[in-house]
Design a protein. Structure first.
Ligand code: SAJ
Length: 433
């Protein structure tokens, strides 16, 4: 049993803290956000994730997990802070990683281990975190262990994957690596793969997500090509995947979340060799524009139309809207209508546009800022309904009910949720990606 401080109680830090606590370690969860700490103190879990509430409650009730708004001493410090990304410059902000290192430094003792789990550009552990920690007067590798151990869990299945997935551990030297291996072995069922190079571990994490992003781009491009030949690309992909060495991904409305659309750019932080990877990003980001084109073509015009987007979360059965393809689509629909103004004689701009009425509905998302509406309000009198997220609820849609509510008959199923023949036979015009 070890004392562990977990810095950052978000999607990764909170389940990780609870996991160690449920495996009998003495864990303190720390976050700079007072509201999160106060909430957890009252047993209030701020993240929607299957099973997480019970899991964290168990850890809190056992007394092995406590939360604090102050950093203190511990044998292990695990850093799981955000690494925000600037959409314009494509550059990450590493301030939170640096701040975590600076906050740990006064409490660091000889023999302690510091582990960075946050996803970061290659070189961050050594170039950003190490100098911050060494403000303590101690040296990484010699006096304290320093390690990158990337998280690899899939939102929606975090608790199972945290335990079952293989882990990559890269210390700045062998002693560092071994210190982290001892700790993770206490709960990880998967294999633990080690490297004595923290930058390699950072690189591995990024290329896993880049692999997925590039492959989704291939699937999206195949869907666009398939449409030109008037074939069902999903059927073609399924058949192609019967080959023992082919494993194509699925097309969709774009790629969301805080990982796949961002990590490829982290790879480019210290390298300008991104060609295929950059093109893949462009293809995936272009899917919203492709759906706008489908809607415009099928509806004649977008002006004055009512369009319901079902699913605002970036993927099925989660409540996370970060980099959500549906929000991009909503934005592009508004832009597409706003872009059609005419120049007036005095050089001004006039638009007769009625705008487009985009209604957002998501049963898993609770967000006041997004102005979500309930299902009935979303589909009522709608000219078109677009399924943008594969939530289980949307597979249960009933043609007769939707037919009664909608004004039009256009359905765009970007996630392959609806049985095509059935909906067409019920009089719907169904377009898929
Ligand atoms: N998507 C497709 N087609 C597919 C698969 C996914 O369009 O065939 C879309 C999804 O709809 C979603 C996006 O991609 O919008 C990302 O979803 P995801 O399920 O592929 O991945 P994330 O972002 O939820 O989690 C990923 C995972 N990485 C890999 O599978 C290599 C997870 O294991 C990582 O821990 C996580 O990133 C992370 O934190 O980095």
């Amino acid at each position: 049993m070890s004392t562990i401080f977990v810095h950052g109680l978000g999607y990764i830090g909170l389940p990780t803290a609870a996991m160690f606590a449920n495996y009998e370690h003495e864990v303190t969860g720390y976050d700079t956000d007072e509201e999160i700490i106060e909430g957890l103190d009252d047993g209030d879990i701020h993240i929607e994730e299957p099973g997480l509430r019970a899991f964290v409650t168990q850890a809190l009730e056992s007394g092995n997990l406590t939360v604090s708004n102050e950093v203190g001493e511990a044998k292990y410090h695990i850093i799981a802070v955000p690494t925000p990304f600037d959409d314009e410059s494509k550059e990450p902000t590493l301030d939170y990683v640096e701040a975590a290192g600076e906050a740990i430094a006064p409490h660091l003792r000889t023999g302690d281990t510091v582990i960075l789990e946050s996803t970061v550009p290659p070189g961050t552990t050594v170039e950003t975190l190490q100098p911050a920690l060494e403000q303590s007067g101690l040296n990484a590798g010699a006096d304290f262990a320093l390690v990158h151990c990337p998280e690899t869990v899939l939102p929606g299945d975090i608790i199972t994957e945290l335990k079952g997935n293989d882990r990559i551990i890269g210390g700045v030297n062998g002693v560092s690596t071994e210190a982290a291996v001892r700790l993770y072995k206490s709960f990880v069922d998967g294999e633990i793969y080690t490297t004595e190079n923290a930058t390699t571990a950072e690189f591995v994490k990024l290329i896993q997500n880049t692999y997925r992003d590039v492959n989704i781009a291939l699937a999206n491009e195949l869907a666009l090509i398939g449409a030109d030949y008037d074939i069902d690309s999903r059927e073609a992909i399924e058949m192609a995947n019967t080959h023992p060495r082919v494993d194509l991904h699925q097309p969709g409305p774009g790629v969301g979340g805080h990982c796949l659309p961002i990590d490829p750019w982290f790879l480019g932080h210290g390298s300008d060799q991104l060609d295929l990877i950059r093109t893949a990003r462009t293809i995936n980001d272009g899917m919203a524009g492709h759906i706008v084109d489908i809607l415009r073509k099928e509806l004649g015009t977008l002006d004055g139309k009512r369009i319901a987007l079902l699913g605002v979360a970036y993927k099925g059965n989660v409540g996370d809207t970060r980099q959500s393809p549906a929000l991009d689509l909503a934005h592009e629909l508004q832009e597409a209508v706003a872009e059609a103004p005419e120049a007036t004689a005095d050089g001004g701009i006039q638009s007769d546009s009625d705008g487009v009425d985009v209604r957002l509905h998501d049963p898993h998302v609770d967000d006041q800022i997004l102005h979500l509406v309930d299902f009935e309000a979303a589909v009522n009198d709608a000219d078109a309904v677009v399924i943008t997220t594969d939530h289980d609820e949307f597979a249960e849609l009933v043609p007769a009910e939707l037919c009664e509510s909608m004004a039009g008959d256009l359905l765009v199923d970007t996630k392959d949720m609806l049985p095509e023949r059935e909906w067409i036979s019920e009089g719907f015009s169904l377009r898929r990606i």
